[in-house]
Design a protein around this ligand. Structure first.
Ligand SMILES: Cc1cc2nc3c(=O)[nH]c(=O)nc-3n(C[C@H](O)[C@H](O)[C@H](O)COP(=O)(O)OP(=O)(O)OC[C@H]3O[C@@H](n4cnc5c(N)ncnc54)[C@H](O)[C@@H]3O)c2cc1C
Length: 403
């Protein structure tokens, strides 16, 4: 194939998901004269995690004080709520309950309340009766937590508005431009269509970030493994079972929040997502999206399985079973005892979480991980709540580059 001309930019941002779009917007604010390109491998934006998530703006209660997630989540949520207001994007602050379902869940609630106190997040410890006043059908064991600031947002609209703002400020978007090689010395990258020269590069490629970072000899100790999030939909006649959001007390050693009930912005109630190992970074169907990486994925899942840090084996055993509806139902029923299998309809909502694995420590990374050199920065673990955090996170990333 003949490659076209070389294009020259001050900044090139790879990936037009929430992180790439937010970084590009922040760059236009901090460097109004800079020439900025945004490269996206797909025909359109929002085809991956940013367009397939639960659409929840998290309060930040899950993250310990010393984490980067804590530093950018709750402030990010505030900014995104304001942004939604300014741009007429549907966003409803509904609050959410996180409930204990058995005695073993109680210590996890204590840790969440400590995080809330440390990070100045509004959260209330509630007894069973108080929770029932908010979510009458939730099956609570003794206690739960209410976070009033949790919101539901129209994620796709956020992406569209961000794109529009970026384009109106002169950012040049290149769709169907997959980055395939980078020459760090000459600050030149090759996509499926063109060459680009950059002053500074932001790698915000979601599930592809590790591969791109490795092109410039970074991310040596890391690989991204895909975990599939399947959702069911609560049938219309039973939507009354959920007023806003019902989440379980999480296992705080793992980066997944557990199957939960979420009322999305259009009033639909989804149940999910799972965290099942997937056979490809875009393996959204059973077979569709399966990639040649399946052998390498299996190898790393096996590595984590044998190391069994963070109780990984238990995660795998419980998650793989959730492909079968009766096992998925068990997780749903823990939160609402009266929900029945016939209440859950299969849905086409499915997302993939590219989860960063530290191959040396043989564990899943919990926080956002950034690697950089003099000319590029790589956002390696933009997992949940990266949508919520995006505006604050983008500002943080640019601040770090300036330093
Ligand atoms: C099931 C699920 C539920 C979630 N729920 C929530 C939630 O409720 N709240 C929350 O805050 N977060 C949630 N998250 C997390 C959140 O959606 C992600 O953290 C966030 O969307 C990540 O954004 P991103 O821009 O890094 O990745 P993406 O949205 O995946 O964007 C990356 C882009 O890079 C492009 N790309 C990849 N490789 C290349 C390449 N080589 N060249 C050019 N382009 C490339 C991709 O096509 C893609 O468009 C959820 C995630 C999932 C999967």
């Amino acid at each position: 194939m003949t490659l076209l001309n070389t294009k020259i930019y001050d900044f090139v941002v790879i990936g037009a998901g929430i992180i790439g779009l937010s970084v590009a917007k922040e760059l236009t604010e901090q460097f109004p004269r800079a020439k900025i390109a945004l490269l996206e491998k797909e025909k359109t934006i929002g085809l991956h995690a940013s367009g397939r998530n639960s659409g929840v703006l998290h309060s930040g209660i899950y993250y310990p004080q010393d984490s980067l997630k804590a530093a950018v989540c709750s402030e990010g949520a505030k900014r995104m709520r304001c942004f939604a207001g300014e741009h007429n994007i549907s966003c409803i602050t509904t609050g959410k309950v996180i409930i204990a379902t058995c005695e073993n869940d109680l210590p996890s609630l204590e840790r969440l309340l400590k995080n809330a106190a440390d990070n100045k997040i509004r959260a209330e410890r509630l007894n069973e009766d108080d929770i029932k006043r908010i979510e009458p059908y939730a099956s609570v064991f003794q206690q739960g937590i209410y976070t009033p600031d949790t919101a539901s947002i129209d994620s796709k609209k956020v992406l569209d508005v961000l794109l529009h703002i970026n384009l109106s400020r002169g950012v040049e978007l290149y769709l169907e431009h997959e980055v395939v090689a980078i020459n760090e010395q000459s600050k030149r990258m090759t996509t499926s269509r063109n060459h680009f020269n950059y002053g500074y590069l932001y790698n915000c490629a979601g599930a592809g970030t590790d591969k791109i970072a490795k092109m410039v000899n970074l991310a040596k100790d890391y690989i991204l493994l895909p975990f599939k999030g399947i959702y069911y939909k609560l049938k219309n006649e039973r939507k009354y079972l959920v007023k806003s959001h019902i989440y379980p007390a999480p296992n705080l050693n793992l980066p997944f929040l557990g199957v939960h009930f979420t009322r999305s912005i259009d009033g639909s109630v989804y149940v999910g997502p799972t965290a099942i190992p997937a056979f490809g970074r875009e393996n959204y169907g059973m077979i569709k999206g399966m990639s040649t990486e399946v052998f390498s994925i299996t190898k790393y899942i096996a590595l984590l399985y044998w190391a069994n840090q963070q109780n990984f084996r238990a995660l795998i055993h419980s998650e793989i079973k959730k492909y079968a509806k009766p096992y998925f139902m068990r997780a749903a029923k823990q939160l609402i005892h009266t929900v029945e299998a016939s209440d859950l309809q299969t849905s086409n909502k499915v997302g993939i979480r590219p989860q960063l694995v530290n191959t040396v420590k043989k564990k899943l990374e919990m926080d956002y991980i950034i690697e950089q050199n003099a000319t590029s920065m790589h956002v390696l673990n933009a997992i949940s709540p990266a949508f919520t955090s995006a505006f604050c996170f983008a500002e943080w990333l640019i601040g770090r580059m300036k330093k």
